[in-house]
Design a protein around this ligand. Structure first.
Ligand code: AMP
Length: 474
């Protein structure tokens, strides 16, 4: 645990430099037995570092800025103390008036919203508190019914929440705790105006928690405007991947990358390793194309990207989790926040344009202390992107030859290939297309708000919608 602190205004923030060594069990937090029971049913024995550091501060009522990577256990770090703090309002009454929204968690994508809501439902299942999630791209009806029934912990994507507020189905006047999860990504996606509108509706006397994997100047500014004397907790070096992730770069010409993936997976099979992997691509078209090509190569693959409906995404993700799919080919937006326990391997089919996205991508593996491999297939034309990533991570990545295998890329650079020995040309420009909608018509199922911003669909479409609703307690 390294206490390098993001440079936020030191006059208005304090930093938790204690690594909380005394806390070794969840019982030490003094959480209600109903919460502790749920935690032990999850199989959690020891708090993760972000939990050990953040939970006491949240319980004490401080605003908090958490520098936490994906997979560090940050969801429980805010959900558990939130449940504890609002437990005094828990009511078995069926009256909606007894179940106003007390805690609001905003996330950039529907997948992350669903995951946070699943966690909230699991951790609160022995209480009378209700958790629910609302996000765009699905019918509003069920969400409306859930909100009308009353819910204490609401997880939402900003656009859809504003829709519900606009139709007077959601009321934030009794919110006591606000969480901005993956705040860096929310800003990337242009959610700031929506965030501002939502925050204006929440009482000023609230506790605000902001979590972010990376700390850009914009995030620091956001923290300064919305948080009061926040405590900063950080569990890993800023802009670093988890130590449990082994990172390797293979220099591969773009046209050979698909065969290189086959070879990597063959090598993993020979080594007795799981073939399960997430493969990141930069475009929706590239994602779909690669998934089909891998299928033709005999690899059970599925694609998850913004042109897929929510139903298709869920089916693909379930198939991946069950093992029916080995290779989940994904774009950044679709994969954001996916929690797949013990994900053994992440492959970057190409490097992202934004170096911070690389950290998020490889954060899909090595989660909660498990071991993982992060493999980047890098064409010579991607040298500048690789440089940016190494600069951000403050380390050189290990360049290794591709493992031996039967699917030998015909034009693979030699083993000694260096990043500077080839002209910076794009041998397969297809995969370098900037992120853009693949058609002028709207997808069959409207995109999530985050994606809508990217493809420029106006908020008016938000009336097409659909659900999701409350989470049944498991
Ligand atoms: P998160 O960073 O919130 O996405 O969590 C990553 C994963 O860690 C999830 O699968 C959680 O269920 C798991 N997790 C969270 N807290 C703990 C804990 N204390 N012990 C073991 N696993 C945990």
């Amino acid at each position: 645990m390294i206490n390098t602190v993001p440079e936020i205004n030191s006059s208005t923030s304090t930093t938790d430099t204690s690594a909380s060594p005394a806390i070794i069990t969840f019982a030490d937090f003094g959480l209600d037995p109903k919460i502790q029971k749920a935690v032990s049913e999850q199989g959690y024995n020891t708090p993760t570092p972000i939990q050990a550091q953040a939970i006491p501060h949240v319980l004490a009522g401080s605003d908090l800025m958490g520098a936490a990577q994906t997979g560090t256990g940050k969801t429980a770090a805010f959900v558990l103390p939130i449940i504890q703090k609002i437990l005094r309002h828990a009511s078995s009454s069926a009256s909606p008036a007894r179940h106003p929204i007390r805690a609001l968690v905003l996330t950039p994508t529907r997948e992350l919203a669903v995951q946070v809501a699943e966690n909230a439902a699991s951790y609160s299942k022995h209480t009378d508190l209700r958790a629910a999630v609302v996000y765009g791209g699905v019918d509003m009806k069920e969400q409306v019914a859930t909100l009308r029934n009353g819910v204490e912990i609401l997880i939402a994507t900003p656009g859809r929440l504003l829709d519900h507020i606009g139709s007077k189905v959601a009321n934030l006047s009794q919110v006591e705790i606000l969480v901005l999860d993956e705040a860096d990504r929310m800003l990337d996606m242009g959610f700031l105006p929506d965030l501002q509108r939502i925050i204006d509706l929440i009482p000023a006397q609230r506790q605000t928690l902001l979590f972010s994997a990376t700390f850009s100047p914009e995030i620091k500014k956001l923290a300064q405007s919305y948080l009061r004397t926040p405590v900063t907790v950080e569990v890993a070096r800023q802009n670093a991947a988890a130590d449990t992730v082994k990172q390797v770069v293979h220099m591969v010409a773009s046209a050979d990358k698909q065969r290189a993936i086959v070879r990597v997976l063959e090598a993993r099979t020979r080594q007795g390793l799981s073939r399960q992997c997430i493969i990141f691509t930069n475009s929706r078209l590239g994602c779909a194309k690669l998934s089909r090509a891998l299928e033709r190569d005999g690899i059970k693959a599925g694609a998850i990207h913004g042109d897929k409906s929510q139903g298709e995404r869920t089916l693909t993700l379930d198939a991946f989790k069950s093992g029916a799919i080995e290779a989940l080919v994904a774009t950044d937006v679709a994969a954001r926040g996916l929690d797949i326990p013990s994900m053994p391997c992440v492959i970057n089919h190409e490097l992202p344009f934004n170096a911070e996205d690389f950290i998020h991508r490889i954060g899909r593996t090595g989660r909660a202390g498990s071991k993982g491999d992060a493999i980047a297939l890098v064409d010579a034309s991607e040298k500048r992107l690789l440089d940016d990533i190494e600069k951000l991570m403050k380390r050189k990545l290990d360049i290794q030859p591709l493992p031996e295998g039967s699917s030998i890329p015909s034009s693979a650079p030699s083993r000694t290939s260096s990043r500077s020995d080839a002209p910076a040309k794009m041998s397969d420009p297809f995969f370098y297309k900037p992120y853009e909608p693949s058609a002028t018509t709207q997808p069959a199922s409207p995109a999530t708000n985050s994606e809508e911003k990217k493809v420029g669909i106006t908020p008016a479409r938000a009336s097409i919608g659909a659900l999701l609703g409350g989470f049944k307690k498991k």
